[in-house]
Design a protein around this ligand. Structure first.
Ligand SMILES: *Cc1c(COP(=O)(O)O)cnc(C)c1O
Length: 324
């Protein structure tokens, strides 16, 4: 069951509440994740426990996660990074073994498939974002996917300041004036105007996916001979790429980004790891050696839907001219 909400961050907040995460509980999350995930954990009064990522796909390292389980662990957040996917079988096994809920942050993987299953169709609790820069946008928006009718009802109430309104009735632009309120709630529903934009975007999904996949493959083909950089380890088959990232030697990152800027090309850093931030410096963590390395190597190149060959050539040539 899909529940549309106003942002990905509120979908994460509701997912944590559904998972019954509260004061004093621990949530295992990759430190290499969006600040939204960390703040959602704080919002329910819980503590993030930072886990490392795998070098080959920059997604959470489930072997290292084993060492972070305690009697306070309530949930684990797994996140598909950029154009890479977590391994759902491994995640499912972990959740069963330790009795924790799984929150799948799929903000980057909307439209992708793991083998033959659409992202969003198999996770315990799955979260999408439709913010201005995601694969599709509602200008602002998000979705939470739940598996049971009971959680669906709870989510419908929580997104509508706790009001027990039937979503089916509200979709007809009607409402009841004699509702009950049984639980805390938030103003998290998706506004009609945003939903209309999201629906129009959704219709373009096939073309968006094709264009992004083509662009990512084109960049890889043009950059793969540069020995000093690491590209995403994927052929993008079944993927709707969100970010196209490169890993450059840490010592060269600043000068590389300056060089791009000099060529009129903006680049980004997704992300600084969570445990680097002042507010999270004292949080529990395991070995984060891969995260620390990747955090100082990662650069995202400009990437969006419907990029022209001219634009892609300009980006690739600017990258090449720094290294070659
Ligand atoms: C964008 C993003 C979010 C937050 O979504 P918003 O809609 O911006 O609130 C959460 N997690 C990840 C991985 C994201 O990229």
């Amino acid at each position: 069951f899909v529940v549309a909400v106003n942002t990905g961050t509120s979908a994460l907040h509701l997912a944590l509440l559904l998972a019954d995460v509260g004061r004093g509980d621990e949530v295992i999350t990759p430190s290499f994740n969006n600040v939204a995930d960390f703040q959602a954990i704080l919002a329910v009064g819980a503590k993030p426990v930072f886990c490392d990522i795998q070098d080959e796909n920059l997604c959470i390292d489930m072997v290292k996660a084993e060492k972070l389980v305690s009697n306070k662990s309530k949930a684990i957040i797994v996140m598909d990074y950029g154009c890479m996917l977590c391994n759902p079988e491994q995640v499912e096994k972990f959740a069963q073994k330790h009795g924790v809920r799984v929150i799948h942050d799929a903000a980057h993987s909307f439209g992708s498939k793991y083998q033959d299953r659409m992202i969003g169709s198999f996770s315990d609790l799955c979260v999408f974002s439709f913010d201005p820069v995601k694969n599709i946008t509602a200008i602002d928006g998000g979705a939470l996917i739940v598996r049971t009718k009971k959680e669906l009802k709870k989510t419908h109430e929580m997104r509508l300041i706790g009001m027990e309104q039937s979503a089916a009735v509200m979709y007809k632009n009607q409402r009841t004036w004699t509702y009950d309120v049984k639980r805390p709630g938030f103003r998290y529903h998706m506004a009609n105007l945003h939903a209309a934009i999201g629906l129009a975007q959704l219709k373009k999904m096939k073309k968006i996916t094709e264009s992004r996949r083509r662009a990512a493959r084109y960049l890889t083909a043009k950059l793969k001979r540069i020995t000093e950089i690491i590209l995403p380890h994927t052929d993008f088959e079944k993927i709707t790429p969100f970010l196209y990232y490169v890993r450059v030697p840490a010592k060269k990152r600043d000068s590389f980004r300056k060089h791009l800027e000099g060529c009129g090309i903006e680049s980004g850093i997704h992300w600084q790891p969570g445990h680097w931030f002042t507010i999270f410096k004292k949080c529990t963590r395991g070995d984060l050696s891969v995260t620390d390395r990747v955090g100082s190597e990662i650069v995202s190149l400009p990437f969006h839907s419907f990029m022209s060959k001219t634009t892609l050539d300009r980006i690739a040539d600017a990258v090449k001219s720094y290294f070659i």
